[in-house]
Design a protein around this ligand. Structure first.
Ligand SMILES: CC(C)=CCC/C(C)=C/CC/C(C)=C/COP(=O)(O)OP(=O)(O)O
Ligand SMILES: [Zn+2]
Length: 326
């Protein structure tokens, strides 16, 4: 919800910001990490979401809440020898865990080699014959897992271990010619949330290809930006607000966040910046691509973290000091 509001340029009042922190405080466990609600055990995905939410709030109160030391200990207990992470103690493992962990530790400056060990091999083995990436080695390629796996490879600096040509082909064919939005996997239906899970992989792809081939990223659009915006604007808006999967569905917070994120991705171009060692917004002289009224323009999101780039910069600067005994 906070990222959705950010994309709509809706400022957070101090009161709402502080209430968000107080709610998240009740979700943090002394054993490390955040559960999905007060009293729930810590989960890697809700920890990723909580830290992103606190980065968006961006106040001293928000930063002070995060117990980096307990979080790191908990993540180390979830790490598996094959490079993956359990989603929670006793839980399942797949590439979502690797992405959520690496994105979280990057924002909090608690990156350590033991957390990253063997993750690149786990992800490389999860790329399928189709070219997309599945949750674990041997299962069907899916957009949700492909984004997580690819963004994790970006965080590891190892995108070259993926077959980028096959990945390009798979991603391009997930945008449907008639509906104009993305499907999550071969022969399945279009869904607005894949505007981000598939669409968000394109900035990663363009930068990975540019690093590999020495080209200027973003010279050629690898997906149809206007068509995706048409699907979103025409088919995914709820009549009473919110965004949705497809016309016969109801809006919900998840689809509102990810459809808006995909709309933002479709409007902006990105490039790899070797100085900052990060993917940066590079709309250039052509400017953003906006379908419809100019008021449809959204701010650019960070394609790895999916929060606004300024929040990434700010929280990383805040936690610039490393943990003493990490
Ligand atoms: C950071 C994080 C936790 C990311 C989650 C990524 C994500 C969206 C994963 C997809 C999970 C999944 C099993 C989809 C298939 O659902 P389905 O069969 O209902 O949908 P489909 O028909 O579109 O494949
Ligand atoms: Zn969906």
């Amino acid at each position: 919800m906070l990222h959705g509001l950010d994309l709509l340029d809706e400022p957070l009042s101090q009161e709402v910001a502080s209430r968000a922190v107080k709610t998240l405080a009740r979700c943090q466990n002394s054993t490390g990490g955040f559960g999905g609600g007060p009293g729930q055990i810590s989960h890697v995905a809700t920890t990723y979401a909580a830290v992103n939410a606190l980065a968006i709030v961006g106040t001293q109160e928000a930063y002070d809440l995060i117990d980096r030391s307990a979080l790191l200990d908990w993540l180390r207990r979830l790490k598996q020898a094959d490079g993956s992470f359990l989603m929670h103690e006793g839980g399942e493992l797949d590439v979502r865990g690797i992405y959520c962990v690496l994105a979280t530790v990057k924002l909090l400056n608690i990156v350590s080699p033991d957390l990253a060990a063997n993750s690149e091999q786990f992800i490389a083995c999860s790329q399928t014959y189709e070219g997309g990436i599945g949750g674990i080695p041997g299962v069907e390629a899916h957009g949700g897992y492909t984004f997580c796996a690819f963004a994790a490879m970006e965080l590891l600096g190892k995108t070259e271990l993926l077959d980028l040509d096959k990945l390009s082909r798979w991603l391009c064919f997930r945008q449907l010619a008639v509906e104009k939005g993305f499907q999550g996997r071969t022969n399945k239906l279009v869904d607005g949330c894949y505007s981000f899970w598939q669409g968000g992989a394109f900035p990663l792809l363009e930068c990975a290809l540019a690093r590999r081939d020495g080209d200027e990223a973003g010279k050629v659009d690898l997906f149809n930006r206007e068509a995706l915006q048409e699907y979103i604007l025409i088919c995914c808006q709820g009549e009473r607000g919110g965004l949705k999967d497809k016309p016969d569905k109801n809006p919900d917070y998840y689809h509102t966040c990810y459809v808006l994120s995909g709309l933002s991705i479709a409007q902006h171009r990105y490039a790899w910046d070797p100085v900052q060692e990060d993917i940066i917004v590079a709309d250039g002289e052509r400017g953003p691509v906006v379908v419809g009224n100019g008021q449809n323009l959204l701010p650019a999101t960070h394609p790895v973290h999916n929060i606004l780039p300024r929040h990434v910069t700010r929280i990383r600067a805040h936690f610039a000091q490393e943990l003493p005994d990490a």
